[in-house]
Design a protein around this ligand. Structure first.
Ligand SMILES: Cc1cc2nc3c(=O)[nH]c(=O)nc-3n(C[C@H](O)[C@H](O)[C@H](O)COP(=O)(O)OP(=O)(O)OC[C@H]3O[C@@H](n4cnc5c(N)ncnc54)[C@H](O)[C@@H]3O)c2cc1C
Length: 502
């Protein structure tokens, strides 16, 4: 292709949303260029840091075996006790409930309605999937019982997903240029987007394209924007993933009159090991997260509980509880487990890079972790007194919402409430780790970016984290990747068709 010739479709970013958009545009016969700000070693954005977990509609394991888990072994199949179906109604109910009924219904209908078909489409591009045996099931009588609505992951997790997507792009003849970041969008006199101004190893370059898909992430790695939208102190949170998602695509689009949309004052943020580095670590990946709090208790450094650990399944609470830790003294909290439940904590608690202490007494634990000793003793005494007698022996079941709750506490524990009374006691110190931001660009049901008058900006599409409107306050686990895949596929298809029509 001549240097001054326009590409059919330019895709900005090389995470899950962007690579799905590139594949889909290429299916339309378009010549596709992917621009990625990071180096090849750092590629894949937040998508690389994920567990690769996808939430999507299906009718259970027999259904999945036909076209999503078609290469699952007999041994794996036999080890499954229960893998519950996920209906469109349940997915929608959960999305609306956790977002306090703010999720954009048009986008939600596309996300959920196209979820199964999009997974099938990914499988057709040789993306492989397996059940999430390690993290989303409890073993009962030797069999895996899955729960919480996100039960399928890409083989190899986020790394595997990105590698498989890049290979699929290579098979489709898509060009990926690394170390080349979008700085501005280029428009013609009528306002249509006709290219991008990018900055790469040789400096600035104008790259022309008949359509542009923005899929270059949110602004979670931009401390100035975090403070601007979330408030003082947010420059100090840890970032769980890539350092490259600094809001470039959002800012470039807002700069040409795109409409901001969605939960700008909120984000996805979790309980994250307090010793974790400022940005994600590509070896430890998401293992700094600490997500077994539903089977323990969480206290701040004054020893006080401040959240309902058992309000719902982990998948429906973890994304909002980082923000609760952010409000505590020193932006810190300690998750405490006793011997009754500690064996059941998730794999991420067993890594070398963990900030923990153990003791046969609560005093000993508090002293080691700098928790106020009297505060902790009082809290645990009150908590234990509020638990139902003999719950461990009777109804307690961590794979369902068991209703084993405290009675009479100002901050209740609504499920899985067992007294903390059996030494040794284990404490894990966490802070807030931001995952991604909820505010972004407004798109229509064709993934076209809308302007301040709600008209599509010709030639401009968007997908993934930088689109606003689906998530507010909270988020159902496993929806971020699905969001990128569904809307990436849609944006790429429509951008490809536009490029072929012009
Ligand atoms: C630790 C962790 C675990 C997670 N686990 C899960 C999970 O199991 N399931 C799930 O559904 N979600 C999970 N998520 C959320 C998920 O990562 C995101 O929702 C999803 O990956 C976003 O995809 P994306 O393609 O929009 O963004 P990204 O994957 O972040 O891709 C954006 C890309 O754009 C690039 N970029 C940025 N600026 C520019 C620029 N100016 N020019 C060019 N390129 C640019 C970045 O380098 C990056 O490669 C997790 C996130 C983290 C951090």
């Amino acid at each position: 292709m001549a240097a001054d010739e326009a590409w059919d479709v330019i895709v900005v970013g090389a995470g899950n949303a962007a690579l799905c958009a590139a594949l889909s545009a290429a299916e339309q016969g378009s010549r596709v260029l992917v621009l990625e700000k990071a180096t090849i070693e750092d590629r894949g954005g937040n998508s690389t840091f994920t567990a690769g977990g996808f939430r999507f509609c299906h009718d259970g394991v027999e259904d999945l075996r036909q076209d999503i888990l078609d290469d699952m072994t007999e041994g794996e199949y036999d080890s499954i006790g229960n893998l519950p179906p996920l209906s469109e109604e349940t997915f929608m109910e959960v999305l609306m409930r956790v977002t306090e009924h703010n999720a954009d219904e048009d986008l939600a209908n596309i996300l959920i309605g196209q979820s199964r078909e999009t997974m099938r489409w990914m499988r057709s591009h040789k993306i492989r999937f397996i059940p999430m045996f390690g993290r989303q099931s409890f073993k009962i009588e030797g069999k895996h019982h899955f729960y919480g609505g996100v039960n399928i992951e890409a083989v190899g997790g986020g790394w595997g997903l990105v590698d498989m997507l890049v290979q699929a792009c290579e098979r489709m003849g898509i060009t990926i240029r690394y170390e080349t970041g979008l700085r501005e969008l280029i428009q013609d006199r009528k306002g249509a987007v006709i290219g991008v101004r990018a900055f790469g190893p040789d400096g600035y370059e104008d790259i022309m394209g008949k359509a542009v898909v923005l899929a270059c992430g949110g602004f979670e790695s931009n401390p100035e924007m975090r403070v601007r939208y979330f408030g003082p102190g947010w420059e100090l949170c840890r970032v769980r993933g890539t350092q490259h998602n600094t809001g470039d695509g959002i800012n470039a689009a807002l700069g040409i009159g795109a409409r901001p949309h969605g939960g700008w004052s909120s984000c996805h943020a979790v309980q994250w090991d307090i010793s974790a580095p400022p940005y994600g670590d590509r070896v430890v990946l998401d293992n700094f997260q600490k997500h077994s709090y539903p089977i323990g208790v969480v206290v701040n450094m004054d020893g006080k509980r401040f959240l309902d650990e058992g309000a719902d399944y982990r998948n429906h609470t973890y994304a909002k509880y980082g923000k609760e830790v952010m409000k505590q003294p020193g932006r810190a909290a300690v998750q405490i487990f006793d011997a009754k439940t500690h064996d059941n904590v998730r794999d991420e608690y067993r890594i070398r890079e963990v900030t923990k202490a153990s003791s046969d007494t609560l005093e000993g634990l508090a002293e080691q972790l700098d928790i106020d000793v009297e505060g902790l003793k009082k809290t645990i005494a009150e908590f234990n007194a509020a638990c139902q007698p003999n719950a461990f022996e009777s109804e307690y079941n961590p794979s369902i919402l068991d209703g084993v709750c405290t009675k009479g506490l100002e901050v209740p524990k609504s499920n899985w409430a067992l007294p903390i009374d059996t030494p040794p006691y284990h404490g894990y110190v966490v802070t807030c780790g931001i995952t991604f931001t909820f505010g972004g660009l407004k798109i229509d049901t064709d993934a076209r970016v809308l302007d301040l008058t709600d008209k599509p900006i010709p030639g401009l599409y968007a997908a993934g984290e930088l689109v606003g409107g689906l998530f507010y306050q909270n988020y159902p686990g496993g929806t971020g990747l699905l969001n990128g895949s569904v809307f990436g596929r849609l944006a790429g298809k429509n951008a490809g068709q536009l490029s072929k029509a012009s």
